[in-house]
Ligand binder design. Sequence first.
Ligand code: URA
Length: 447
Amino acid sequence: MRAADIIGKKRDGQALSDEEIAFFIQGVASGSIPDYQASALLMAVTLRGMDEAETVSLTRAMLRSGRVLDLASVGAPRVDKHSTGGVGDKVSLILAPLAAAMAVKVPMVSGRGLGHTGGTLDKLESIPGFRTDLGPEEFAANVKELGLCITGQTEELAPADRKLYALRDVTATVRSVPLIAASIMSKKLAEGVQGLLLDVKCGSGAFMKTLEDARELARAMVRIGGSMGVATAALITNMEQPLGKAVGNSLEVKECISALKGKGARDLMELTLVQTAWMLNLADSISEETEVRPLNQWTLKKYREEAMDYLEKGDALRKFVQMVDAQGGDPEAVFEPSRLPLAENITPVAAPANGVVRKLDAYKVGRASMLLGAGRERAGEPVDPAAGIILSKKVGNEIRSGEPVAMFHYNDAARLAEARDVFLSGLEIGDREPAPQPLVLDVVLTA
Ligand code: URA
């Protein structure tokens, strides 16, 4: 078998066999296939696509390029959640301890933010001392003991994805449904989970801009999960405006601490409770060995009420504190958020007109936050844990000219003016309230 023949076959729009995909991915992982050939195949896949069987094969080959954790000894049901990435999306930090408090085991391998999107690891690392580089043994021990652990991808987990993702980033081949689906699912399935909830973000701040594209990605990932025996469900959720009020690492951790006490912004609490309900539903289907059932309004209400009860009793917050402590972070920071990094400068951004906020473009807010230092343009760059944006208003709120629409937090003013311009270019103030948009746009349970 020759790598060039496989690239040529895909260039001509033909489907690749399991053997060809396995050969290519093994070659990428071992280094016997050079970057220029891997890049050529990535472009051919981006332009020609992959069918269902090829996408499943690609995922399996990427998964097998590294170690697959065997977490059977940590107990069951083991369920994780993954978001395709958004702005202000801090749900994992609330949902993981909440679900763990409710007897679900949550082994969560997370990523860092890139471009306008935030990353769970960057948020957690804003807690002084918090470690996200746990090895597989420590990871498993924490999940067993506490019910949860959130850490970063090790060298051993889906190494082919690590290589391919770095190449995709610089060859304009990130936006391809089979490549995104295989990339996400190979890492998630390597965690040894029995269930997986996918939050496929849709809208200006997301990879997927349209409902149609989001559905295609959701179906591809649900199909992969199902074909590997993992109970999988996908929610397609709105990412037109940021979730909650905080965007930026320590600012988001502070917002999560309030949410863990049941006191978060309405949209953040709503999405967290819906997603927790789905985690519990997946956990029940695993325990009862049944198919994943759709949630009707009564079952959704039952799970949500249970989850809210655990927030109000303080059990989820206690779990969060235990996790912070177990991973080397300062647990006192949870009770005294002034111990978290705070920016030297906090400046209001004034509304340019009277009216109602009609749009607060998630991409633009995320980009402005990145320019203030909260995010990175290139993988590997450091982030400023204290930088970011607190929204004073959200879509549908009334505002007066000159009133702050947001507060910018920053230590480095180098790109402050640019951040303000970008932020304001995403703000629309009008006379009438916009039509309300649902938070959950669709649920995908079958491919
Ligand atoms: N997240 C991933 O892990 N991979 C992708 O390709 C896109 C988002």
